[in-house]
Design a protein around this ligand. Structure first.
Ligand SMILES: NC(=O)c1ccc[n+]([C@@H]2O[C@H](COP(=O)([O-])OP(=O)(O)OC[C@H]3O[C@@H](n4cnc5c(N)ncnc54)[C@H](OP(=O)(O)O)[C@@H]3O)[C@@H](O)[C@H]2O)c1
Length: 231
């Protein structure tokens, strides 16, 4: 079976996607900035490569011959990190590098992980515009992420068939893999149940969209209900 390139393979989503892809028999090229920090990634069927997702030449050099690429990179891993070093253009640069790099290598599938902050709330506003629903302090990151989504949409008629899968606000690193997920639109349901997703089921959705692409050049939400998945 052909391979998948995972950018951000050392992170929570990237590790889950790498594990899901390996379990299905894909070989994985795991891209991290400093392989020495991730000796545990170097397992059977996984090749670890050093690289920055904002470098189109690096992307082109790494992705050739693969079935598709996954963008699971985040320059921000939690509020304690602050935003002093956050480049507001980070996700735009990543989108450009991925679209250009994949196109020049002849790889036409990109699955990107989104951010719940730019889904729409019950009032139709982006969640990040509601200070009661989204911490204003994290807004710079949400704006940067959203700019990356806009860039994918602006370039939506190019040769790379992309999809962004956006989890709900509660994305659980310790949540179990159920193998199931719902796919929604720009607005999460507001029916009193709590949208929730484990990283493991996010990875199921990501690898599904590489293995059998269903959504094309669009952003969708991906979620479960916590009530259904937690005993
Ligand atoms: N509820 C939600 O909507 C929600 C919650 C969490 C995450 N997310 C999204 O899910 C995606 C993945 O997040 P995560 O939780 O897996 O983040 P994470 O655990 O912080 O991992 C992110 C990874 O990105 C890598 N990285 C950072 N800058 C890079 C660069 N320039 N080039 C290549 N790799 C780089 C980091 O590795 P190195 O530092 O070693 O390079 C890190 O391992 C992000 O888009 C994030 O915003 C959404």
């Amino acid at each position: 079976m052909s391979g998948i390139v995972v950018f951000g393979a050392g992170g929570r989503a990237g590790r889950a996607v790498t594990a899901e892809a390996r379990a299905r028999g894909f070989v994985v090229t795991a891209v991290v900035r400093d392989p020495a920090r991730y000796p545990d990634l170097d397992a059977e069927g996984v090749t670890v490569v050093a690289g920055d997702v904002t470098d189109p030449g690096l992307v082109a050099g790494v992705v050739g011959g693969h079935a598709g690429a996954v963008h699971a990179v985040s320059p921000f891993s939690g509020p304690e990190q602050g935003f002093d070093t956050l480049d507001p253009e980070f996700f735009v640069k990543a989108a450009d590098a991925l679209l250009d790099g994949l196109a020049s290598a002849g790889v036409d599938r990109l699955v990107a992980v989104g951010l719940a902050a730019n889904l729409l709330g019950a009032d139709g506003r982006p969640v990040m515009d509601d200070p009661l629903a989204f911490p204003p302090g994290i807004r710079p990151f949400a704006l940067a992420h959203t700019a990356g989504l806009h860039r994918l949409r602006e370039r939506g008629d190019g040769p790379v068939d992309w999809v962004m899968l956006t989890p709900p606000g509660f994305l659980d690193p310790g949540g179990a893999r159920t193998g199931r997920y719902r796919v929604g639109g720009e607005r999460l349901p507001d029916d009193g149940r709590a949208p929730w997703l484990s990283y493991a089921d996010l990875a199921v959705a990501v690898v599904d969209e590489i293995e059998r692409p269903v959504r094309h050049r669009t952003r969708v939400s991906v979620f479960n209900y916590r009530e259904e998945t937690v005993e």
